[in-house]
Design a protein around this ligand. Structure first.
Ligand SMILES: *[C@@H]1O[C@H](CO)[C@@H](O)[C@H](O)[C@H]1NC(C)=O
Ligand SMILES: *[C@@H]1O[C@H](CO)[C@@H](O)[C@H](O)[C@H]1NC(C)=O
Ligand SMILES: [Mn+2]
Length: 446
């Protein structure tokens, strides 16, 4: 794989360095969000599935068949992070497709979404983007955690049933992969410095991991010509949402868009305008969460795993929720904090979470952005009551001492109950990026 990586890196370096700023100024007509039926593989009206959908379905089927016959040892599983956002999903699909079609040395690769099938549509923007790219409704064409016949850790532990995993859109394997070889990683988050023998190991700044995948993709020749239209479209949707229609992001993102456009259904339209409109449409979809239950709101953007560098391993998880605690409370049957925490509690219990942090963001009556931090600790999985008490006290102190947050305790005259706390603050960038390190620090030292 060596030359593969070097080529990719050269391309990345060139991409970042050499950008003539893009000039897209053609006038535009846009039938934008037409459901994209591309590559002509199957066009019967009942199931207008794209080539990409068919490839995903067949790679999933072949992988599952091989696994059932214990013949999957050549397979590489390519996966995004456990929050299952569009970038994670599309990066995994695109890299797996690239590996499976690389001219001269194709390998067996299947994208795995590290969520359950029913979690995909909890992000309406995922649903919309997949639908526009001609993917299957209900997402049976995609391999999710609940499709696996074994625990992920068993794929390696019980007889090396797969070749290994590749990570995209994160660079630390979830703990359940344990010793499973990490064959590659491509990411745009802070480099945690692990699994150094991964090859490729490309970690670079970009608005979207999909942009990094795009540059790798286009550094290879493929067995059947250029990138399929449905895949180009899907990558563009992801970059559009991650860069707010190229308003944010880096030159890498711009270069990726420029590279993808001629292969997409938008080829003859104005790139900037299309990206802006796609971003708007997807953002609108993203905000449409009205049908979700409280549990689904917690599940939608959940990132959790067991932390091993503390004295006793604990499962620490974070949810980001675009709703205020008050509005979630009003969604319960008797509209009390107790009822809300019962739901939170059930989620933590079912997922063996010891410490759950819910981070909300919403606009108040004056239209100002507000945030809340809601913390709960449980003693029914890995830790006993004394440990839970200590953990709760330590994490609470760490959060409250963070001067940059200027917290106000939230209690609304209601008793939140044991090992529960909530605060409000209005630091605009005070989401997971700020709170998580505080909590992790406390957890490591308690
Ligand atoms: C990858 O790094 C993680 C974190 O250090 C470690 O737990 C895991 O065992 C490593 N994987 C391999 C195959 O070495
Ligand atoms: C409200 O409902 C919750 C959960 O069902 C229950 O635990 C709590 O006691 C109820 N509170 C009141 C005031 O009815
Ligand atoms: Mn990402």
């Amino acid at each position: 794989m060596r030359s593969w990586t070097v080529r990719s890196l050269v391309l990345l370096a060139w991409t970042a360095a050499a950008l003539p700023l893009l000039q897209w100024d053609r006038p535009t007509q846009l039938p934008l969000l037409s459901s994209a039926v591309d590559d002509g593989v199957r066009t019967d009206a009942a199931s207008r599935l794209s080539h990409l959908s068919e490839w995903c379905a067949s790679s999933k089927r072949n992988f599952m068949d091989d696994l059932a016959r214990n013949k999957a040892s050549e397979w590489i599983m390519v996966m995004g992070n456990e929050a299952g956002d569009l970038d994670s999903m599309v990066s995994a699909i695109a890299l797996a497709y690239d590996i499976a079609h690389t001219k001269g040395k194709p390998a067996k690769a299947v994208p795995l979404l590290q969520v359950t099938n029913d979690a995909i549509d909890l992000r309406p923007e995922n649903k919309l983007a997949l639908d526009m790219a001609g993917m299957e409704k209900g997402h049976r064409d995609l391999l999710t955690l609940d499709d696996l016949p074994f625990k992920p850790s068993h794929l390696w532990k019980l007889g090396k049933r797969i070749q290994g995993i590749m990570l995209v859109d994160h660079n630390m394997p979830l703990s359940y992969w344990k010793d499973t070889p990490v064959l590659g990683m491509v990411d745009h988050h802070h480099d945690k410095g692990v699994n150094k023998s991964a090859d490729p190991r490309v970690i670079a700044q970009s608005g979207s991991c999909s942009s990094l995948i795009t540059s790798i993709f286009f550094s290879h020749h493929h067995t059947h010509g250029p990138v399929p239209r449905s895949l180009s479209d899907l990558l563009l949707y992801t970059i559009a949402i991650d860069t707010k229609g190229l308003k944010k992001g880096t030159e890498l993102d711009q270069r990726a868009v420029e590279t993808l456009f001629p292969h997409s259904q938008y080829a003859d339209q104005d790139h900037w305008k299309v990206m802006k409109r796609l971003s708007k449409e997807l953002k609108k979809a993203k905000k449409d969460l009205d049908g979700l239950t409280l549990t689904q709101l917690i599940q939608r953007d959940w990132k959790g795993d067991v932390v091993f560098d503390s004295t006793v391993p604990v499962h620490l998880g974070f949810a980001s929720i675009p709703r205020s605690l008050r509005s979630m409370i009003s969604q319960t049957a008797n509209q009390t904090a107790a009822a809300f925490f019962e739901v939170d509690n059930a989620w933590a219990h079912d997922n063996k979470v010891d410490i759950a942090i819910l981070l909300t963001n919403y606009k108040d009556a004056q239209g100002n952005k507000q945030r809340e931090i809601i913390m709960t600790v449980r003693a029914d999985h890995r830790i006993d009551e004394a440990e839970a008490e200590r953990l709760f006290t330590d994490v609470k102190r760490e959060i409250e001492e963070a001067k940059e947050l200027q917290l106000t305790p939230w209690n609304d005259g209601q008793d939140l109950g044991r090992w529960r706390a909530a605060w409000t603050h209005s630091r605009a960038d005070g989401g997971r990026k700020v709170v998580r390190p505080l909590v992790e620090k406390a957890v490591q030292h308690w």
